[in-house]
Design a protein around this ligand. Sequence first.
Ligand code: XCC
Ligand code: SF4
Length: 619
Amino acid sequence: MCCKACGMGPCRLVKSGQRGVCGATIDTIQARNLLRSIAAGAAAHSDHGRDMAFTLKAVANGQTEGYVIRDVAKLCTVALKMGIPIEKRSPNEIANDLADLYISQFGQQRGEVVTTVRAPEKRIKLWREHKVVPRGIDREVVEALHRTHIGDDQDYEHLMEHAIRTALTDGWGGSIIATDISDILFGTPAPILGQVNLGVLKTDMVNVVVHGHEPTLSQMIVVASQDPEIIAYAQAAGAKGVNLTGICCTANEILVRYGIPAAGNFLHQELAILTGAVEAMVVDVQCIMQALVEIASHFHTQIITTSSKVKIRGAMHVEFDEHKALSTAKQILRTAIDNYKNRGAVHIPESKADLVAGFSHEYLNYMLGGTYRGSFRPLNDAIMSGRIRGVAAVVGCNNPRSKQDYLHNYVTQELLKQDVLIVETGCGAIAAAKLGLLTGDAGLEKVGPGLREVCEAIGIPPVLHLGSCVDNSRILTVLTQMVEEGGLGDDIDQIPAVGLAPEWMSEKALAIAVYCVASGAYVIFGGSSPVGGQPGKVADSDLLAHYISEGWEKIYGGKLEFIPDPVEMVQATLAHIDKKRSALGLPAWDPSRFGRSGDRLMLEFEEMPVSEKRVAIYG
Ligand code: XCC
Ligand code: SF4
């Protein structure tokens, strides 16, 4: 462990029993470093939520250009949950109040962040007992920085208690706020067909790649790219029009809502430029590699930064402002079009795959229950009967420590064979999409028999794309609704479910991991552990790894473990799912009981000789 919290260091502790100059032990340094990372991750997601709240406030007051409230139903649902009256009020009035309430959560000093009430009742009680309900979003992040300053909090358990509080401000605070407002402003996602991989770039069009996390500007670029004036401008430059695609979570935001193709996930950002076909890569915040500018300098690609928070030396800066969003979007597209004439040789790989994205929890509810009685009953029933063994969320980044997408896809495919329904977000979702696992029929022959029956009956892919990384809040909502539906215990920790980030790399991922643990989930991360050590071992360097696993499990029913080997990751996932099934008294998973219905049976039937068909029908 290395500590550089003060000028007496850096102190590098390489052996058991060593201490820093100030006397800090390995476990303290591990805990301080982890808490700082979680604070940074929670800050990133929450600051995104803050900007969304400011945008909502501006839209409600008619101060923006181009935005409208697209999903009034969601606005009203959220407002009611948050205690804001909706009777005889205009959407703008309601949105204004909701924006004020949400904005106030960031600077709130005392009490509880209001959105945490959306967790299951028993969970909230547990958080209150342990005094970890976040008081204000910014307050917890600031306190994390305070506590980790030299000479402050030095008890690893106490530091980890604040890690829980800080992470909760992200998942049940800033991220929920970001998702709510994105849906209200840009529409709640419903299944939509899209495409993914570098093959979505086009030789005869101006290629603009949007990359980062925020949907506000990219949404306006979608609108501007279809504007007749912009299309005419592109045609005058010799192109057929503007081909808009995305990378990372900005891609996911516009993919799940409008079906705009994704050129790829995190490790595709440089590859997109290497095609020589990208006129402009427009970036906002988070996960943007500084290497882009250097790579782009070997091609004609223009890197354009747009956030007041992010500039990169060598990139063009066109600052986004929601008050003149559409004009900014058009200005960016004109810059890209002007660059089309500078294009050199182009090498676009042919790889691309179809996918269906956009499974919001609202849609899942409708899909499972129908228009008049939206319900999670069929999902719970399928788990209870054993058709679905359990649920796994496979999310998170790419990490060049492993071959791109390999760990994601290994884990996803192995779990599908075992009747585990998969939900995905972020770069994990794009990885599975490239393999074709996100379409209705593709890959169903590689899916366990029970899960296959469910997919065929409802007409869903075995891997559900729930959105961007802040939309991991949707997974929390799904789990809460599963608890409320009944039959799977009375809290999230009892559901046979596991969260995995096989290729995690960002600090945001650590914040997500910890809010999922605090919510009761078993979370498995691949790659390397930021704290080192192993649970169950006894050296002082193992104390923290042990605490965030078994220690947290005793308190929250969830635990965090770092397991680099994908085979072990799958084994640990299945063991946990089976343990939870048996604790609930559900039948043990038995694949031989299912698979005698649905499309497969129909196909077999069609191929039968007539005499056998008769027997099959009349016995
Ligand atoms: Fe970034 Fe969200 Fe990670 Fe992908 S998955 S590399 S954080 S874009 Ni969230
Ligand atoms: Fe070293 Fe302690 Fe300073 Fe960290 S806080 S750098 S361990 S002296």
